[in-house]
Design a protein around this ligand. Structure first.
Ligand SMILES: [Zn+2]
Length: 296
């Protein structure tokens, strides 16, 4: 028993070393949102179990969508668009979690009115057509949503949550059945009418995890050359749409306004990253241009 405990401590310590390079002003990798350590708690949920469960659940979801003719084909311009945006964001993922180098990233689009998107552990991403159409997202805004969802996976929030929520003893390993409940969908932007993904458990992330994902998401997107100011426009659109048709996320999550304020505060850190990608002086960036919400 003693030996096992030591192993766990060693694991926790090893996890603690997963952090950023020390800041160096001239190093482009050192600007943007500072990288913090991943939660040590997460090591008590088995990474491979999480990955297997996520893989299974993702393929079940895709199969079910296919049967309902709700899986948008690869040839569709919106699928190509999502994959092109992901291809720009993914190379920046390792900054936030070195193990992402080995992830098998997937991006799919499900035909559903839901205003939602998620990224399961291991880089399995899905968007619902509702979020693209109801919010009329620009590429920059899609990148903000994608960055946020990818951030939950990179920061292993589901893995940490699985440990916290079940109050398992530190030495026990979570079984697959328990784990599968923690791979679910980000409820941040879930509206009331669930259909395709109705059987998937909704993941409730903590407020702290949501804030971290907002900031990691804008950093990921800025490094990929997407305008971080789109994060603010995105949340303004969310609030406007929510006023007409309430979405559940506002009851369980920080309001759009506090998110916008948190993101505003971090703009001085991420705008230079974006400006560098665009080859522009940060003071000469043109104002961010969003697109209008569709007429309802
Ligand atoms: Zn979230």
């Amino acid at each position: 028993m003693k030996k096992f405990k030591l192993t766990l401590i060693a694991l926790a310590l090893a996890a603690g070393t997963v952090s950023a390079q020390p800041p160096a002003p001239m190093n482009p990798k050192a600007d943007g949102i500072p990288v913090t350590k991943l939660s040590r708690l997460r090591v008590f949920a088995d990474e491979q179990d999480m990955d297997q469960q996520s893989k299974l659940q993702y393929s079940q979801l895709l199969n079910e969508a296919k049967q309902k003719e709700a899986l948008v084909p690869e040839s569709d311009p919106q699928v190509k668009r999502l994959r092109a945006i992901a291809a720009r964001i993914v190379p920046n993922a390792q900054r936030w979690n070195p193990s992402a180098a080995n992830w098998q990233w997937e991006v799919n689009l499900l035909n559903s009115d839901q205003v939602n998107a998620f990224c399961m552990p291991g880089g399995r991403i899905a968007f619902f057509t509702g979020i693209l159409t109801k919010l009329n997202l620009t590429d920059d805004e899609v990148a903000m949503v994608m960055g946020h969802e990818i951030a939950h996976a990179l920061r292993e929030h589901a893995r940490k949550r699985a440990v916290q929520s079940t109050a398992v003893s530190l030495a026990s390993k979570l079984g697959g059945a328990v784990l599968s409940s923690y791979l679910g969908i980000d409820p941040r932007i879930t509206d009331a009418g669930a259909n395709v993904a109705g059987q998937l458990t909704v993941m409730k992330f903590s407020r702290g995890d949501e804030t971290e994902s907002d900031l990691v998401g804008i950093d990921l997107a800025a490094r990929a050359g997407f305008d971080p100011r789109a994060g603010i426009a995105l949340w303004q659109k969310m609030s406007a749409v929510n006023a007409q048709q309430p979405m559940e996320f506002l009851s369980t999550h920080p309001s759009g306004n506090s998110r916008i304020q948190d993101m505003q505060k971090q703009m001085p850190l991420v705008l230079p990253v974006y400006a560098r990608q665009r080859g522009l002086d940060v003071n000469k960036l043109p104002p961010y241009q969003t697109s209008p919400l569709p007429k309802s």
